[in-house]
Design a protein around this ligand. Structure first.
Ligand code: GDP
Length: 202
């Protein structure tokens, strides 16, 4: 199966938001959690998403089309960046709210969590927010190459107790669980994809 991710649009203002009819998987996580690296890793490209040297700089919704399957990975602006002004914070909260309000094809939100950190308050708030919106949460632990399996398992268990779902551990550096995550996204966004692909072949 060929798999490509293409950045199809970037949205900065609520007025630019359109209602989408194809399924979407949200990718959310605080600045520096490794979101850009993960997008590049999933795409198999080095510079599709900008790897931020200045955390919190990117304030846009970025839509990546996964083909040939036909679903979007929607990169949500980073959150939890201390140096951001109140006005900026309010602006991107409004953008996220409007996006969530207008879209009825959001299959899940993959919430990125740093493998090296015990559950953080703002990560928990993000998880609660999606749950409150009735959006299924896919917990993803990033930078898994950076910590020992034993320490990672501890954090994984802590999250599992909070969310009731076991996080998937990934590493953009080693490629750990890249395919597993893509398969999980596909299964979640398009649950009948494999069957319809088979039927098309017959
Ligand atoms: P973003 O702000 O969430 O988009 O985070 P970036 O993708 O820009 O990553 C922040 C920093 O973490 C960069 O220095 C990356 O090189 C590093 N990083 C991201 N993912 C990984 C990973 O899986 N393993 C390791 N070792 N470093 C990572």
């Amino acid at each position: 199966m060929t798999h490509t991710l293409t950045l199809t649009s970037t949205v900065y203002e609520t007025s630019q938001l359109e209602e989408l009819t194809i399924p979407q998987i949200i990718l959310a996580g605080r600045s520096n959690v490794g979101k850009s690296s993960l997008i590049n890793c999933l795409a198999g490209r080095k510079s599709l998403a900008k790897i931020s040297s200045t955390p919190g700089k990117t304030r846009s919704l970025n839509y990546y089309l996964a083909e040939p399957e036909g679903y979007y990975i929607v990169d949500l602006p980073g959150y939890g960046y201390a140096k951001c002004s109140k006005a900026e914070r309010a602006k991107w909260a409004a953008l996220i709210d409007k996006y969530l309000e207008n879209n009825h094809h959001i299959a899940a939100a993959a919430v990125l969590l740093d493998s090296r950190l015990t559950p953080q308050k703002n990560d928990m708030e993000m998880v609660s927010y999606f749950m409150h919106c009735n959006i299924p949460v896919i917990p993803v632990m990033t930078k898994s190459d950076k910590c020992k399996q034993r320490d990672r398992a501890k954090v994984q268990k802590q999250w599992q107790e909070i969310i009731k779902i076991k996080p998937i551990c990934v590493s953009s550096k080693s490629g750990m669980n890249r395919t597993a995550l893509l398969n999980l996204f596909l299964k979640t966004a398009l649950p009948t994809y494999e069957e319809s692909a088979k039927t098309d072949e017959e």
